[in-house]
Ligand binder design. Structure first.
Ligand code: ADP
Ligand code: ZN
Ligand code: ZN
Length: 660
């Protein structure tokens, strides 16, 4: 009797066996409806045998086999298998998270026909710059797998390189997969792709698509009808029968890292997928992740470089550091910056003031008794939002009205402390009453539609001063923008997180890259109390390689990634003591000390120790050998699974963690 080994979406590292009645047939990769507990589930058949670890008589019969899709291909199953073992995630979870919701339903929804995509006027191809041609020529499609870093300054024409490579893949009858950090922030890119390939079916895959649209697009990718797939991190798990090229744009971006459920890096999975498929992958960025840069320096990745801006008239902006220790600041803004904005207003050019903190003020406080607005559920402050008169936690979403008086001492004179974009916007308006000021952050722009409207207003010259968070930093071309002012950069300089300088540098380079994208020369003014910090010197010189070399040296000395490989065991419970006690048990397991090449640290609270009423502890496992860590993790994980965890405790393992 055939036995089906079925992967189910459960937090268990095992497959489930069912018998197939002899009159039916099955194939690996098909979905099947199976009884589970008191109900039923949809699973994926990953093996067919005639044996089981269980007595055959005890196995339940499998239900209906779904044939509305061809079997999921072997290479897709292999990719999921890799992700499952690399990230210590159950195969069933990996496989089923990759499928659109409708395919996992017991009762599938009716399929709806899609709307016809609107016709877009085809765009001409510009003549390539010499640097672009060299980069493109370096990718050898015939050579099978190659991983390549395309390091190009902002505005150097990386997108044009992607488009030409996609063109080559399509010309040889292959599909292309283009991953972007956040599709909402890049409607321009989607349009550029569609305009370049007006006759080709391009589909988008991201979590904000309605369920039916996502399924339709996924099916088009899987059937091969869609030749170009443009997606966010989840799209890396899309089966594509003729995949010939993968591109990861802004590869350093943290949103490629999934932070819950299966914790994976879509960029790293993408490299593995290219390897598995024997095809080239291109990782593009102006500020690559240091891990990627180290791979390129070490020769494991090819390095393609674009040093110049593609638009011949455009040049990199002049970056100047303003030493605020010697300046009088008004509302945190220097006179030098005010004067620079004034000049832009007179010339009819645009300015951007960058402050990566939304809301009116980061906290409301009582000077009489020291009360501060704290979130009851998190180790965080409630941020004051004056626009809709709320106090809001940016971590768990908790919100409440603004108290009229101090809740502790009754003092009516409570104040906002510090500043966010709302406060800055209001103050700038008092300084420049005639100016049209546009604030761009997650409070003012919530949907893709709103974002498109905002972009149109900026392009149409309907705003003189933009006040924005990192939302504005990414990849946009604003031809009239000639000034960028940066406030509040210092807080990241001395953060305890050793990745903070890398992130700050990337952010400053990105936001600086918004200035002077066209004929008009750009200027960037960064306010700081630490003008001699080497990070700023590197930003002024637009010197990513210098910055990276210095950071990598520090990392090597400290034994941090990429010179060590890490996995984090985390536990969360209503009380920290419970979480820490569990982590201590896990570290006392014989499996934890089975390999001396893997070092286990002491359990400690996470930096953000309390989130949404749960206290969170963590335990770091580290090795200078990736294979040693990979061999260690499944044994340790299996032993931890056998521990008796208190009822309200949850734990997980995260491989290659980015946050601590
Ligand atoms: P990046 O992605 O590297 O920031 P883009 O691809 O957005 O840069 O290109 C920046 C600008 O230069 C865009 O306006 C683009 O149309 C233009 N551009 C790109 N390649 C060329 C080229 N070969 N000739 C002229 N303009 C180009
Ligand atoms: Zn008080
Ligand atoms: Zn909270």
């Amino acid at each position: 009797m055939p036995v089906l080994r079925v992967a189910l979406d459960l937090p268990l590292h095992r497959l489930f066996d069912y018998v197939l009645d002899s009159s039916s047939t099955a194939e690996v990769g098909l979905r099947v409806r199976v009884p589970f507990g008191r109900g039923e589930k949809i699973g994926v058949i990953v093996e067919i045998g005639d044996d089981s670890d269980w007595p055959l008589a005890q196995l339940k019969p499998a239900g209906e086999i779904r044939r509305d899709l061809p079997p999921l291909p072997r290479d897709f199953l292999a990719l999921c298998d890799f992700a499952s073992s690399y990230y210590q995630a159950p195969l069933g979870e990996v496989l089923l998270q990759a499928l659109p919701a409708g395919l996992k339903r017991l009762d599938p929804p009716k399929r709806q026909a899609g709307r016809q995509a609107k016709k877009i006027a085809p765009a001409p191809r510009p003549e390539l710059t010499a640097e672009q041609s060299t980069a493109i020529a370096a990718i050898d499609f015939a050579a099978g797998f190659s991983a390549n870093l395309l390091h190009g300054v902002t505005g150097s024409g990386k997108t044009e390189v992607y488009l030409r490579l996609v063109e080559q893949a399509l010309a040889s009858g292959r599909q292309a997969l283009l991953l972007v950090p956040e599709i909402n922030l890049t409607p321009q890119l989607e349009e550029r792709v569609r305009a370049r390939f007006p006759e080709t079916l391009v589909v988008a895959l991201h979590s904000e698509l309605a369920e039916a649209a996502r399924e339709r697009n996924w099916r088009a990718a899987f059937s091969g009808e869609a030749r170009i797939v443009l997606g966010t991190r989840l799209a890396i798990f899309t089966p594509m029968p003729a995949l010939g090229l993968i591109i990861v744009d802004e590869e350093h971006d943290a949103s490629f890292k999934q932070q819950d459920g299966m914790r994976y890096s879509a960029r790293d999975v993408a490299v593995f997928r290219a390897h598995l498929a024997g095809i080239p992958i291109v990782l593009g960025s102006a500020t690559p992740a240091l891990e990627t840069w180290a791979n390129a320096q070490g020769g494991r990745y090819g390095l393609l470089t674009l040093r110049e801006r593609a638009n011949r008239e455009a040049s990199l902006p002049d970056v100047r550091i303003l030493d605020t220790r010697k300046m009088v600041l008004k509302e945190g803004v220097s006179e030098r910056l005010i004067a620079a904005i004034q000049t832009r207003l007179e010339r009819g050019e645009q300015s951007l003031v960058f402050l990566n903190r939304r809301g009116y003020a980061p906290v409301l406080a009582c000077p009489a008794c020291g009360w501060v607005s704290r979130c009851k559920r998190c180790a965080a402050n409630l941020v004051l939002h004056l626009a809709d008169r709320r106090l809001r936690c940016h971590h768990c979403g908790f919100e409440t009205g603004i108290p009229k008086a101090c809740p502790t001492c009754g003092n009516q004179d409570i104040h906002p402390f510090g500043r966010g974009t709302q406060r800055l916007e209001g103050w700038l308006q008092t300084q420049f009453p005639e100016a049209r000021i546009l604030r761009v952050d997650r409070d003012s722009v919530k949907s893709r539609k709103q974002w498109e409207v905002v972009l149109e207003r900026i392009h149409g010259g309907e705003a003189d001063i933009l006040v924005g968070t990192q939302m504005l930093a990414k990849g946009h071309d604003f031809p009239k923008l000639t000034l960028v002012g940066v406030l509040g950069a210092d807080s990241a300089l001395f953060a305890a997180d050793w990745r903070a300088p890398e992130r700050l540098f990337a952010q400053l380079m990105q936001v600086a890259g918004r200035a002077g994208r066209a004929e008009l020369k750009g200027e960037v003014l960064i306010q700081t109390q630490y003008p001699d910090h080497p990070l700023f010197a590197a930003v002024v010189a637009h010197d990513y390689p210098g910055f990276a070399a210095q950071q990598l040296k520090e990392r090597e000395q400290a034994g941090f990634p990429p010179y060590a490989f890490q996995a984090m065991l985390r536990a969360e419970a209503p009380e920290m003591a419970t979480a820490i006690a569990f982590l201590e048990q896990a570290s006392a397991l014989p499996e934890a000390s089975a390999d001396e090449r893997v070092m286990i640290y002491d359990p400690i609270p996470m930096k953000m120790a309390r989130l949404a009423n749960l206290e969170r502890g963590q335990l770091l496992a580290e090795s200078s050998s990736r294979p040693a860590l990979q061999a260690f993790l499944p044994r340790w994980r299996a032993a931890i699974e056998q521990l008796k965890a208190p009822g309200k405790l949850r734990w997980h393992i995260e491989v290659d963690p980015l946050e601590f």
